[in-house]
Design a protein around this ligand. Structure first.
Ligand code: NAG
Ligand code: NAG
Length: 306
């Protein structure tokens, strides 16, 4: 009895010694690496210091693949400023503040030229609806030309995005990638599209297809941003009760379409459309909920989130 006990403690002790030795050896062999740190300079140390999950954050995202190589999207940003296409952007002079952000995201073909003071001029990434792809292709040199390193992330239903030669929008993008080999074009995978639908159902209790609606580009943008950005600043997005607020600001639906139907009229039409509408208002209430668990802030107009 005593002997087995002795044996056990001997084994335990040698195990502890072995583990400690291992730890010492490992940390010793890591020493030269740490000593090299100053040589690597800022990039290394800033990730080291500020990013909570440096490795996870840089993991390639399998929900978005490049054209034509089918490589997953690799992206991470400490702060993404998302510029909405709403007329709320007009007259707020938010451009300089937006341009100071390390990553600037826009949607569809929303222009910067002529609106720099209000929307800024830098663009890191654009989330683009399949229906807006023809608009980009009207100015291919401007959007995809050499020297333009904007990342394009296109979303769309399988019927338009299928890769077997029958996806009309996918074919357009493949052609663009051929004409502009430096263009950084990604498409949302079918799995990721289904995931975005599933999130809508989980958050609203409504089946997107059965309720006859389409998700908006804003929806796809926020889902992507929550995976890619540590902090998110959203400009020019109204909240879910804005259009019921007395004396709200009447602005065009898009800042670059002066004289079009006003934003709230457009939102109300969509919200109640029995078929083919975007549920912009419902989506906004979900965004408010997400802002409680993610670092999301809303500017111009700002949202009071409790
Ligand atoms: C790239 O295209 C964007 C349009 O999204 C434009 O604002 C920008 O000036 C272009 N950048 C370069 C370097 O050509
Ligand atoms: C929503 O927007 C309206 C108008 O700007 C504002 O009065 C209200 O406080 C906002 N609600 C929240 C929850 O942010």
């Amino acid at each position: 009895m005593q002997q087995t006990f002795l044996w056990k403690s001997l084994i335990a002790t040698s195990l502890i010694v072995a583990v400690s030795l291992f730890v010492v050896v490992v940390s010793y062999s890591e020493k030269p690496y740490f000593l090299l740190q100053p040589v690597f300079g800022q990039t290394f140390s800033s990730h080291w210091m500020f990013s909570k999950q440096p490795y996870k954050a840089f993991k390639p995202h399998l929900g978005y693949v490049s054209i034509p190589k089918q490589e997953p999207l690799k992206l991470h940003c400490e702060l993404c400023s998302i510029v909405s296409s709403s007329g709320q952007m007009l007259g707020q002079a938010a451009g300089p503040q937006i341009d100071r952000s390390p990553c600037i995201w826009r949607m569809n073909n929303a222009p910067t030229r002529g609106f720099e003071r209000d929307v800024g001029q830098q663009t890191t990434l654009r989330v683009v609806s399949h229906t807006s792809v023809p608009l980009l292709l009207q100015k291919p040199q401007y959007f995809f030309g050499q020297g333009n390193d904007t990342v394009y992330v296109v979303w769309g239903p399988l019927r338009n995005m299928r890769k077997d030669g029958k996806g009309i929008v996918y074919n357009m993008l493949r052609q663009a990638a051929e004409n502009y080999p430096h263009a950084r074009i990604y498409v949302t995978t079918e799995d990721r599209m289904n995931y975005c639908d599933m999130v809508f159902k989980k958050e609203t209790g409504k089946d997107r297809i059965q309720s006859g609606s389409y998700l908006s580009t804003g929806w796809f943008t926020l889902i992507l941003a929550m995976d890619m950005c540590k902090e998110i600043h959203i400009y020019g997005m109204i909240n879910d009760t804005y259009c019921k607020t007395e004396g709200y600001r009447r602005v065009p639906y898009h800042y670059y379409e002066a004289g079009s139907r006003d934003e709230c009229a457009e939102y109300l039409l969509h919200e109640s459309a029995p078929y083919g509408g975007h549920r912009f208002i419902t989506e906004k209430s979900v965004f408010a909920k997400w802002a409680k668990s993610h670092a999301i802030k809303f500017f111009n107009p700002s949202w009071q989130l409790s």
